[in-house]
Design a protein around this ligand. Sequence first.
Ligand code: HCB
Length: 213
Amino acid sequence: TQDEINAKAKAAVMDFDDEAVEEICEEAIDAGVDVVSLIQDGLTAGMNEVGDQFEQGTLFLPHVIAASEAMSAGVAVLTPVLEAQGGAVKSKGTIVIGTIEGDIHSIGKDIVATMLKIAGFKVVDLGRDVAIGTYVDAVKEHKPLVIGSSALMTTTMVLQMQIEEQLKEAGIRDSVMTMVGGAPVTQDWADKIGSDIYAENATDAVVKCNAAA
Ligand code: HCB
């Protein structure tokens, strides 16, 4: 069942076992279970557990790296299936997304980008460690519906405020909706800095971008 496969995937990420993760993901595809749930409730749950243990000092950075590699191996197996599920839908508009300056965490941003593509948006992925000016330039160049930033650290989250400020300075703040996300980001933070959309996870990002389209 879905719960069993999710639990197995979570455990395999926590065991840093790339091969097991790949096998479980292939099994899941054959069994026809929901791959979005597998990513969010299985792989991500394992990743978060490793993050918690890193914070508590019971696991160390190499463990986090190994777990993120296992998670990425699974996402790589599932992405073509997700993309095929999306089919040929008419584009609902452009969404620009990137991980903010000083921050190299890209797994969550990549999942959000993939899910938005599947939902029928044209996605421009700016990558990670993206300078604030690059977001502003991308709004000018691509005229997106939404500009999304991802921040995984409390130290880089504060830079999301600069996106708001620099868009205002460039006189284009009202031409686009801003979206913020990443583990330390909350609805309160979005409200505080004046961001239009807070997305807790990739599904939430799709629901809220759909509402904006
Ligand atoms: Co990293 N790291 N890390 N890390 N890391 C965190 C983020 C800590 C919280 C771990 C901890 O201490 N508990 C911590 C940050 C503390 C803080 O806030 N200040 C931390 C640290 C400190 C660091 C380094 C500084 C460690 C070091 O070198 N000493 C370093 C950062 C260097 C830098 O960025 N300049 C570092 C490095 C790494 C890697 C490379 C080992 C690896 C990243 C690999 C990669 O991304 N390519 C890594 C990882 C994996 C993590 C944890 C364990 C998991 C992050 C993750 O991928 N989660 C993380 C702990 C945690 O977050 N609990 C830890 C899974 C994804 C799917 O979830 O939240 O990213 P997500 O994304 C969700 C959601 O937030 C939302 O949708 C996604 C999908 O559902 N979303 C958006 C995300 N972005 C969005 C954007 C939108 O617009 C909308 C929605």
